[in-house]
Design a protein around this ligand. Structure first.
Ligand SMILES: Cc1cc2nc3c(=O)[nH]c(=O)nc-3n(C[C@H](O)[C@H](O)[C@H](O)COP(=O)(O)OP(=O)(O)OC[C@H]3O[C@@H](n4cnc5c(N)ncnc54)[C@H](O)[C@@H]3O)c2cc1C
Length: 413
């Protein structure tokens, strides 16, 4: 159908004015909101779901990948570490990285990566409690559906919830929607992931007195990684359950993907129950498990070849979850674009090449970029004109290590 209808012109009420609006309450949004609030901003976080955490909790992706480089050095600090600890505040589901959280020596730390499996529900509740304690206002069950742009600045976002359509305003906006939705709505340049996503449908099951996570669906590797025997992490990988690929920007396609995932889940459960009648699902994901969808085309686009390279504008470091060794210092320019002055991104929609995306989309990296975006948003509302040395100074005060030199001194020299 190609029929278009004209909507009646309408006006909406502005219901909230903030310094910073964070769109999306996943790991990146939680980190951005925390950082902005701690830097004195009045923050509103808008989330279309009914819990914080995004893919990590609603999507049941309950593995906090490593904060370290695999060679015994921690590389991600600040809120990335704070959230890892928060995620297992009451217990870890699986191994507890004693060598890291205790007083492990470098030798012990080389043997085990600084990662955890957490309970997604506990993490979501703790994150909400933390944000509230820091004064962040949370608006749940609310979708951002339009951006009002004047002279290259967002003046308002239009939201929709039980109260109908309303407007919110702020000085700066953080796009932590996971798929650069605010960028897209505001007319900032974006790019979709051309290779598209394999099918995944992780869920929790109960069997023989225990609850566990079924990682249904695998994580594709680039050709280079398949060939490269250095690959040391398979935690995210599982079995291939379909040949179909999904892009993630079309409502009908996403619905089909969810139905395909549910059908595979049912098939798996029925197969398991043949030998184990106690096997039953206990929680299904309430968010589509799409890894890479759409990202901003930023002032700078980072590539996988830029491992172990320092940038004057670096805002924090991340490791490579699949490989031991590479460390990436993320430049600030990957977080904002060329058009909208007061819009910054965080999480899995920052500006990276398709090859790099697999590295920056994971939980620790989303926290690192979230902290930088939230701090920057509290300090400025024109990101290409930001005072980067003040931003870096502030991040340092918050405990973030900004350069490869700082985090990996021996290998660097
Ligand atoms: C199958 C699978 C396995 C994975 N395995 C791992 C793993 O083992 N370990 C790991 O570290 N990472 C893993 N990842 C990646 C990781 O979970 C995510 O990339 C990361 O959590 C993304 O965080 P984010 O905050 O950038 O985005 P998201 O988690 O996507 O959060 C975005 C939030 O924005 C909200 N939102 C979106 N649009 C709007 C809107 N218009 N209005 C209001 N709210 C909106 C969403 O509801 C969501 O809560 C996996 C991902 C998948 C799909």
């Amino acid at each position: 159908m190609n029929d278009y209808i004209l909507l009646p012109e309408t006006s909406v009420k502005t219901v909230c004015e903030s310094d910073v609006v964070v769109g999306g309450g996943g790991i990146a949004g939680i980190s951005a909101a925390l950082a902005a609030a701690r830097n004195g901003a009045k923050v509103l976080l808008v989330e279309k779901g009914c819990l914080l955490g995004g893919l990590a909790t609603l999507g049941l992706i309950a593995i906090y990948l490593p904060l370290c480089d695999g060679l015994g050095h921690q590389v991600s600090f600040g809120i990335a570490e704070e959230l890892l600890k928060l995620s297992i505040r009451h217990f870890a589901e699986g191994e507890y990285p004693d060598a890291w959280i205790g007083n492990g020596r470098e030798e012990e730390r080389k043997a085990v990566r600084y990662k955890v499996q957490f309970n997604p529900h506990m993490f979501a509740l703790e994150a909400e409690s933390l944000l509230q304690a820091e004064g962040v206002k949370i608006l749940y069950d609310t979708k951002i559906c339009q951006a009002v742009v004047k002279e290259n600045r967002i003046t308002h976002l239009i939201i929709e919830n039980k109260g109908g359509r309303q407007a919110i305003s702020a000085k700066s906006f953080v796009d932590a929607t996971g798929d650069a939705e605010i960028c897209y709505l505001a007319g900032e340049e974006t790019k979709e992931f051309e290779k598209k996503n394999v099918l995944a449908n992780w869920y929790y099951f109960f069997s023989k007195g225990k609850i566990d996570l079924e990682r249904l669906g695998f994580a594709e590797m680039s050709d280079d990684e398949v060939l490269n025997a250095e690959n040391d992490e398979t935690v995210e990988s599982g079995e291939q359950i379909s040949d179909i690929k999904y892009g993630g920007v079309d409502g009908e396609e996403i619905s089909q993907m969810l139905c395909d995932g549910h059908a595979q889940m049912l098939k798996k459960i029925l197969a398991k129950r043949q030998n184990d009648p106690t096997y039953v699902p206990v929680t299904s994901p309430t968010m589509p498990q799409l890894r890479m969808i759409r990202r901003i085309v930023g002032k700078y686009t980072m590539d996988r070849q830029e491992a172990n390279k320092d940038f004057d504008t670096g805002i924090g470091c991340i490791g490579h979850w699949r490989k031991k060794g590479p460390v990436y210092a993320i430049p600030f320019e990957t977080l904002y674009g060329n058009k909208i002055q007061n819009l910054i991104t965080a999480g899995r929609c920052i500006s990276v090449t398709d090859d790099m995306w697999d590295i920056t989309r994971v939980i620790p990296a989303c926290a690192v970029t979230g902290e930088a975006a939230g701090t920057a948003a509290a300090m400025s509302s024109n990101f290409s004109a930001s005072d980067i040395s003040s931003l870096r100074e502030m991040l340092k005060k918050q405990g973030v290590k900004l350069t490869i030199h700082e985090v990996n001194i021996k290998e660097y020299i």
